[in-house]
Design a protein around this ligand. Structure first.
Ligand code: ADP
Ligand code: MG
Length: 683
């Protein structure tokens, strides 16, 4: 390790402040010692040698071996950052942030200076940044503004085994780019051993294996399937806590809501057990967890206490938490699923793959022998779980990447070099949607609207809604709505003991049954009128953190409006106009009330329901437009606004015909756009 890395002068010391040099040095020295104990360390020089020798290298090493945190530092120490940045992609935002924070500590620099990260709506980098961690989606967007990625000397596509949509598209683009940039090094790193596929794809690139250390893991199955896996997980945590030797626990849940529920119940039951039981420190980790709280999972557990980490599958391979000895695996994860026939997308809780189950179990055996409690039966493991997860590209809506590829001038999508091609149906559906949104013309070429839409790091329907707000002179309101929708469903706060108050406060924003979009807008505008006061949030049962994030996103969208030359205009007095702008983006998501109180989507009739959390759940308007579908016990529409059916024909005459919106609605979808575009796809 070069001395310069641990040089005290890299610290940010305010003038006049006396640095506690000896203290800081020793903390850094400890970190430097730790770096040398990682499984990757003995292979440092060999790895650098291989990077020098080959343009593309596939690197395989077990989770926790040090790939993500160490390789970029090795490259820096070897001088690669003199010619350009080292970029490292991560499929998950939290991983990009957390790993960047760790590496900045190890290098003794301030996060955002030499080491930074970039995720959607948050750029924590500066001119000084030489090691840049980012989501794969961000690198994809960077290619839009810098097609040859000239500012990079090395790119590391990390967690390649995750096979996210963005990673797969990056593969195709980078494979092409390296032909023109012989000076660019490309590293593909993966946690699992099926690296041959990456190697084959990149012209038999050499595979560099980092042998891992693994201790034996005892695997336990339940005797019968669990009806309620959250409850089963909580009971298992408490049993381990009371009966098993020291060691931390990692529980895999599917998302924020489950994690918060589990946290609450665990706290409650711990209180019930009295004071004789050792302390149980509960640490949640999920994508939207506020940054300040994320580092808590890495804090060492105090003597005598036990830590339980409640995580989404982010802890499967992206993050390594030291000290885990017990893993509880209910066997589920939340996945986006997409039906290319109907073009409908929905979030589902699905069984994980066998490969994921193995990864999860492995998390308990990193520093010593571990135990994994699977909350499913051995029979379920064999019968219900696929060997590997299906790559995202084969089960998702492709509209967003098709828009990006079109913006990059890649027109021949059928012959794009996909590592695994998407179903032709999904490609057609994406083209069809972009055509319906007027982002593409009949020949499949990008239009001016499409070019403007591509500037926004949002789903095409949201971008279209923003671009359309220009026409309706309500861009101020519409970017607020887009920002609030981007936060997810963590705006309203509903404490158990004050549910009635919280619900009343929430319904205030819905007065006049304006719909969920306008309610979100009212929340934001009221907060803005109160000068963004925290007190106002408390009084109205609104989450301050979510609002701050919404403000941040909104500011950025405002900046992007300027780039696409849309003026900020406000039209709060005419709600119908705002609703028309929303409909301009979301008309494919329209639904009509049925006799039994359910809804049928208009275009590809399917039974859906208004989510109980919607302000319109009791109102049941005849026609609605919704933001997204979520499948829990039923297929629910979340964030719903009332619509006048004639708007559909007015706004999207190429998509809806009068017969679609007549009251005795015909169920057959119009097939016009499909025909135009299929011709284009298959030529
Ligand atoms: P890999 O990418 O091979 O899975 P990493 O480089 O992520 O491995 O992890 C190497 C080590 O760094 C692990 O022991 C992990 O616990 C530690 N580490 C990574 N991120 C952090 C963090 N934010 N805080 C503390 N330790 C961390
Ligand atoms: Mg990693």
């Amino acid at each position: 390790i070069k001395a310069s890395v641990i040089d005290g002068d890299k610290f940010d010391v305010l003038p006049g402040e006396v640095p506690e040099k000896s203290m800081e040095k020793s903390a850094l020295e400890i970190l430097q010692e730790d770096r040398k104990t990682l499984p990757i360390y003995p292979y440092r020089d060999e790895l650098l040698q291989a990077v020098q020798e080959y343009q593309v290298l596939v690197i395989v090493g077990e989770t926790g071996s040090g790939k993500t945190t160490q390789i970029p530092q090795y490259l820096h120490e070897a001088g690669y950052t003199k010619q350009g940045k080292v970029g490292c992609t991560q499929p998950r935002r939290v991983a990009a942030m957390s790993v960047a924070a760790r590496v900045s500590q190890e290098m003794g620099v301030k996060l955002g200076h030499e080491v930074g990260y970039s995720i959607r709506f948050e750029d924590c980098t500066s001119e000084k940044t030489i090691l840049k961690y980012m989501t794969d989606g961000m690198l994809l967007r960077e290619i839009l503004s810098e097609p040859n990625l000239a500012s990079y000397s090395v790119l590391m596509v990390d967690e390649a085994h995750e096979r996210t949509l963005s990673t797969d598209i990056l593969f195709g683009l980078l494979k092409d780019l390296i032909k023109f940039r012989s000076d660019l090094k490309l590293l593909i790193s993966s946690a699992t051993l099926d690296a041959e596929k990456f190697s084959d794809y990149f012209g038999s690139a050499p595979i560099f294996k980092i042998p891992g250390r693994r201790y034996p893991v005892e695997i336990h199955y339940t005797k019968a399937p669990e009806a309620d896996y959250i409850d089963a997980a909580i009971v298992t945590v408490l049993q381990i806590h009371v009966t098993q030797s020291p060691g931390d626990i990692l529980v895999f849940l599917t998302g924020q809501e489950e994690i918060e529920t589990a946290e609450e119940i665990l706290k409650h039951r711990m209180r019930g057990l009295g004071t004789k039981i050792a302390e149980l420190i509960i640490c949640p980790i999920y994508a939207n967890l506020p940054t300040e709280l994320q580092s808590k999972i890495f804090e060492p557990t105090p003597e005598g206490a036990r830590k339980v980490v409640l995580a989404t599958n982010i802890a499967e391979t992206s993050l390594t938490i030291d000290g885990i000895k017990y893993v509880i695996d209910p066997g589920f994860s939340k996945v986006k699923s997409y039906n290319p026939r109907t073009g409908m997308e929905s979030l589902l809780i699905n069984p994980i793959s066998k490969a994921s189950a193995m990864q999860r179990a492995g998390r308990s055996g990193r520093t010593g022998p571990g135990k994994c409690f699977r909350l499913y039966t051995l029979y379920n493991f064999h019968k219900d779980m696929d060997d590997n997860a299906v790559p995202e590209i084969q089960r998702t809506n492709l509209a967003n990447v098709v828009l990006i590829l079109k913006s990059l001038g890649i027109d021949d999508l059928v012959n794009f070099d996909f590592i695994d091609p998407p179903p032709a149906e999904s490609l057609i559906k994406a083209l069809e949607l972009l055509f319906a949104l007027s982002a593409l013309n009949k020949l499949g070429e990008l239009t001016k609207v499409g070019r403007r839409m591509a500037e926004f790091p949002l789903d095409p329907m949201l971008s279209k809604m923003i671009v359309a707000s220009d026409k309706y002179k309500c861009s101020d309101e519409v970017i607020t709505i887009a920002a609030m929708l981007s936060i997810g469903n963590s705006i309203f706060y509903r404490p158990k003991d004050k549910q009635v108050h919280a619900d009343n406060a929430r319904m205030n924003f819905h007065l006049g049954n304006v719909g969920d979009h306008i309610a979100l807008l009212r929340v934001y505008n009221s907060w803005r009128e109160c000068n963004y006061a925290t007190q106002w949030c408390y009084e109205n049962y609104i989450q301050v953190r979510s609002m701050k994030r919404a403000r941040d996103i909104r500011d950025q969208l405002e900046g992007l409006l300027e780039r696409v030359e849309i003026e900020i205009t406000s039209n709060m007095n005419e709600l119908d106009v705002i609703k028309k702008a929303i409909t301009s983006g979301f008309f494919p998501h329209s639904a009509k009330l049925q006799k039994n109180g359910s809804y049928a989507t208009v275009k590809h009739p399917q039974r859906v329901h208004i989510h109980p959390s919607s302000g319109l759940a009791q109102i049941l308007p005849r026609w609605v437009v919704y933001h997204e579908l979520v499948l829990t016990t039923k297929e629910y529409m979340r964030q719903v606004t009332e619509l006048k059916p004639e708007w559909l024909v007015e706004i999207a005459p190429h998509y809806y015909q009068l017969k679609d919106v007549e009251d005795r609605m015909s169920m057959s979808p119009s097939s016009l756009p499909l025909m135009c575009l299929s011709v284009f796809v298959f030529v």
